[in-house]
Design a binder for this molecule. Structure first.
Ligand code: NDP
Ligand code: GDR
Length: 342
């Protein structure tokens, strides 16, 4: 029997990798995509086939986590075996400017989906995209035992969704898990996040298009992994017999400065000549250090990341330099590839 998955946030970094992974595993994949005035499906355009074709296994549905009725109708229509809730306004910095909006998708949106799942009677397994940002002020290493102490509207909204997922599991017996994922990056990372901002800047500076990149604090410590490996962890979490919340992380720590230095070095550039400070990128409060302990995930689902910091930096810089040869576009959003016709 072909398994069916519903992915919210399918147009994002993780959603696109997860859709690819599930398709290679033989799933029928249904993705929820927002209706927007400009195209937001470039990360999944290469997966789109003619929906009328009998072998089509990837379907996009327009919808938003702000619309509970739509979520209920979609669950009843698709009848998924697994639901991955990846949709959120995921840029932490912006959540300080729009805190209510941040809570809408990342917090209340998750509850709308859980409630729609409960009401639908569809017995799907449920994955909630939790974040290390929920640990906030708690010092590293952070594990499943570490208390949640968020320090941003985004982190607080994610913590709300975390506890509601737990509540639905314990109250209604839903097979629901919280993945608590530390930062994970890739060439498909959104351009506002610091890693991708840096690697794009390196490519543009090397090509002579820019001279400088403006950043905020370089002191924050993060644990950066490679996104395709993390979506494999999401899938594994839902295959376990018992639902259990798990941390996914590399355990390796680096500062933003380390990332800057490694990225510019890889392109043969001196970062000190090109990086400037701009206080607009400093947050009202910073999460100083997030470094995860994923030993439980290794023990329970056999998940262990292979790509480490230095390789991740190389992958991202090389991809952005290569993209410059295609007018700044990655292969996934090239116009000669099929666009969604919906
Ligand atoms: P992205 O920002 O790349 O993708 C977020 C997705 O959510 C996009 O598809 C976006 O749609 C969609 N979305 C936003 N608001 C709504 C809404 N109201 N209704 C429906 N869809 C919506 O994030 P990532 O792929 O990097 O992350 C996936 C999830 O994992 C997010 O929830 C994020 O918070 C969480 N996470 C990410 C980590 C990371 O390091 N990447 C670490 C820990 C957690 P659109 O394309 O239209 O904007
Ligand atoms: P983060 O990622 O907040 O950890 O959230 P981000 O890349 O935005 O910031 C990482 C660190 O870099 C510092 N920083 C800057 N950040 C950005 N974006 N732009 C800058 O110019 C800049 N200069 C310095 C930040 O202050 C921060 O300390 C990511 C998101 O994917 C979340 O959705 C996810 O939940 C967490 O990772 C885990």
């Amino acid at each position: 029997m072909t398994k069916r998955a519903l992915i919210t946030g399918v147009t994002g970094q993780d959603g696109s990798y997860l859709a690819e992974l599930l398709l290679t595993k033989g799933y029928e994949v249904h993705g929820l995509a927002r209706r927007t005035s400009s195209v937001n499906t470039s990360r999944v355009a290469h997966l789109v086939e003619d929906p009328h074709h009998p072998d089509c296994r990837f379907f996009l549905h327009r919808g938003d986590l702000s619309d509970g009725g739509r979520l209920l109708a979609l669950l009843q229509q698709v009848q998924p075996d697994e639901v991955y809730n990846l949709a959120a306004e995921s840029y932490v910095g912006a959540s300080f400017d729009e805190p209510e909006h941040a809570g809408e998708a990342a917090g209340i949106g998750a509850v709308r989906l859980l409630e729609a799942l409960r009401m639908s009677g569809v017995g799907a397994r449920f994955y909630q995209a939790g974040s290390s940002e929920m640990y906030g002020a708690e010092p590293p290493p952070q594990s499943e035992q570490t208390p949640l102490r968020p320090r941003s509207p985004y982190g607080a909204a994610k913590a709300y969704a975390h506890w509601l997922t737990t509540t639905y599991r314990e109250s209604y017996g839903l097979h629901a898990v919280n993945g608590i994922l530390f930062n994970h990056e890739s060439p498909r990372r959104g351009e506002v996040f610091v890693t991708r901002k840096i690697t794009r800047a390196v490519a543009r500076i090397q090509a002579g298009l820019d001279d400088f990149v403006y950043l905020g604090s370089l002191d924050a410590v993060r644990d950066w992994g490679y996104a395709p490996e993390y979506v494999e962890g999401m899938w594994r979490m839902l295959q376990a017999d018992e639902p259990e919340d798990l941390v996914l992380a590399t355990g390796e720590s680096a500062t933003v400065r380390d990332f800057v230095e490694a990225a510019f070095d890889h392109a043969g550039l001196d970062w000190q000549k090109h990086v400037r400070f701009d206080e607009r990128y400093v947050r009202p409060i910073e999460v100083d250090a997030l470094v995860g302990d994923a030993s439980r995930a290794e023990a329970v689902i056999g998940w262990k990341p292979e790509v480490r910091f230095a390789e991740l930096v190389r992958i991202m810089v090389d991809a952005d330099i290569e993209a410059m040869r295609h007018e700044g576009r990655h292969w996934i959003d090239r116009p000669d590839l099929p666009a969604w016709r919906g």
